[in-house]
Design a protein around this ligand. Structure first.
Ligand code: MN3
Length: 284
């Protein structure tokens, strides 16, 4: 019994650390609830014999914190058509002389605003307006969602990727990973800069984490409206390249799609969904 409690407390300690990271990622202050739980947890774990009542009390406290997290996740999810401009974390002139006030003001108040408005409109048409649509209606609004959605999500990352107190080199885990994957920080910086310089007129250069291969990578993105929705995680995919069905179905594309639903592995999609939900950025 005592051993079971020890293991339970250890798991609870790990869980509460995750909760703390979660709360921080939502830019929420849960210090009161969480620090009380962690304080009691430490005390109970340190005592020589662990009282069953104390463990039950901790379990109740943990359930309260979990309920708070659930509630926060529900409140914070962005409903269709309700995206908003994230607050700029510094003044328009804060990045001078590297980026001047005029650019920042236009970029944020005009360009980013229009992405937010466009995404909200596209979502209303795709998900709220229940009228029957043709494939070409979908095509139009999916392209709108791609252009404005990727624009909104990427700019939201961009503003917070910069700071008037920025520059220098990363430390800790990221620094280590950069050395492992690119050899050195200066080599990474050189590759990233050259990739950026290769973008023609419209696009981005992005440092990404590949959860599949457990490494960092650099990728440019020319335009962002070719039906990609950046800063999202794929859960369920269907290959619509002709090589995936043409030998068997020839021109009967719709039949391939209809039939495909018979072989979807929902347990796998659910597993991907549960893992993906652990990535939890602040909602905008
Ligand atoms: Mn821009």
């Amino acid at each position: 019994m005592i051993l079971d409690n020890h293991e339970y407390l250890k798991a609870l300690m790990e869980w509460s650390t995750k909760m703390q990271e979660y709360a921080a990622s939502r830019q929420e202050d849960w210090s009161a609830d969480l620090s009380e739980l962690q304080h009691n947890l430490k005390q109970v774990s340190a005592s020589e014999s662990i009282a069953q009542e104390a463990v039950l009390q901790l379990r109740q406290d943990a359930e309260r914190v979990a309920a708070r997290a659930e509630q926060s996740a529900r409140q914070n999810s962005v409903r269709w058509g309700q995206h908003r401009l994230p607050p700029l974390p510094y003044r328009f002139d804060a990045l001078e002389p590297y980026i001047n006030r005029e650019i920042m003001e236009l970029h944020y108040t005009k360009h980013h605003r229009s992405y937010v408005d466009g995404l909200n409109k596209a979502e209303e048409m795709l998900y709220l307006n229940r009228e029957d649509k043709t494939s070409s209606d979908y095509k139009h609004y999916l392209r709108e969602q791609s252009f404005h959605g990727s624009g909104h999500f990427l700019h939201t990352i961009f503003w917070y990727n910069m700071s008037p107190n920025g520059g220098g080199e990363p430390t800790g885990q990221l620094a280590q990973q950069i050395r492992r994957d690119f050899g050195s920080f200066s080599r990474f910086k050189d590759m990233f800069s050259k990739a950026a310089d290769s973008v023609e007129g419209v696009g981005w250069v992005i440092l990404v984490w590949e959860p599949r291969s457990h490494h960092l990578a650099i990728q440019t993105l020319e335009k962002h409206q070719f039906f990609s929705l950046l800063d999202t995680i794929p859960l369920l995919v269907l290959d619509m390249w002709e090589h995936a069905y043409y030998l068997q179905y020839k021109t009967e594309k719709k039949k391939y799609i209809d039939n495909w639903w018979n072989i979807v592995n929902w347990a796998n999609v659910t597993q991907r969904f549960q893992t993906a939900k652990q990535v939890n950025w602040a909602p905008f």
